[in-house]
Design a protein around this ligand. Sequence first.
Ligand SMILES: [Zn+2]
Length: 421
Amino acid sequence: MISRKSKPVDYYVRLVYSNSFTRESMEIYRQKARDAEEFVCIEQDQLPAGQHMIEFLSATNRTLPGIVAEMKRSFGFVLDNTFDHHLVPVYIEKLFDLCLEVRKIHPWWAASLPLGQLWKNINDYSFYSIHPSPYLIETYDEVDRLLNEETCWRTVVDSLQSVISRLDAYIHCLKSFEDALTFCLDKSTLEPLSGLSTLQRAFVFQSFFDDLLLNSSNVKLTLHLQETGSSPLGTTVTRTHLHGSDESYLQATENKNMDFNSIFYGSQAIGEIRDLVSMVEGKKVEMGVSIILQSPDDIYMVCSYSFFRLLCSNVRIKRCRNCGEYFVPLNRSDEQYCCRMQKNGKRCRDLDYSDKIDTDKLLSIYRTAYKTHNARKQRTKKNNINAEEKFKSWIVFAKQLLEHAKAGELSIEEYSELIRK
Ligand SMILES: [Zn+2]
């Protein structure tokens, strides 16, 4: 049962858009330990503005529908078999695992789908439902136990229901975002729109296809000044710092409003401020806008904001010539490759400069190896009854290699070395 599993830790994702408008950075914070109030920055990367959303949309639209369909099947069972003590707990555990699967799709999901409360509800339910219940051993009151079990079951069902309907809504909403992305920003599609700007295309999309797109979102932005290029990796922040204060800005400033004239020209604290001034001198400071992802609604908010920025900066997105995924060109409009890391540890972009994949060459290596293996089969088949079988399995192997090489996961040297075997 679920109680054997430990409570999942919380994550926060902070997106920082600096005043350069061309790049954005993503910081991932992980809770230091279960129930800890402190979070540590475990990852940071910087990509062209809008690229994080593009990758989020393609990862989600590829995987989320399948997971949600499975959730609905298991949830249907839980609803139909209220007090099946053997199978309902199994299905509830499976549903919890599926929630964890969703969190693995992308860091934005990990941050926006906190599971602590659901985990607690499920644990409460198992306390009363497992046999023999620890509760029963203490009190021997079966009627009470059943009542408690029913209440807890109801709570679990309600919280699962709310997760599933939220995810279900996102399936449609995020598909529409991806469509809008192609419609508004991909110049190579929809020839009749070629004379329109990105904003004009967005207007057509919103008016005709999806009047709800970008139509409502409370974007919770934080503005702050920061040192240019300072990395938060490894730094620790507290939950309240990430959440922001509940106290309104107006009330907060009242307490901080010190008279700078008396500080600068008076006798108090003058050293401190002078130290700070000399520290800032010679350092580059930029203005950042940041958004924190922490609850399910934040996914919609951050997609809307990223999309808004993409539309306003009039960028055009392209499909990468290597992996076929969308990317935002950063330096030149004629860029052909994205900066995604492939399985071979190289970025698609690196191919642009070094060994571009030469499909003809890969095929000719394949043909040569095929002839060699075929000739060997002919020579040996009289003495070796497995020769035909061996040759067939070599073909399967060689075709897989060819696919890997085409995908840029093998260099030409590695490929021609391996295919000879
Ligand atoms: Zn690529």
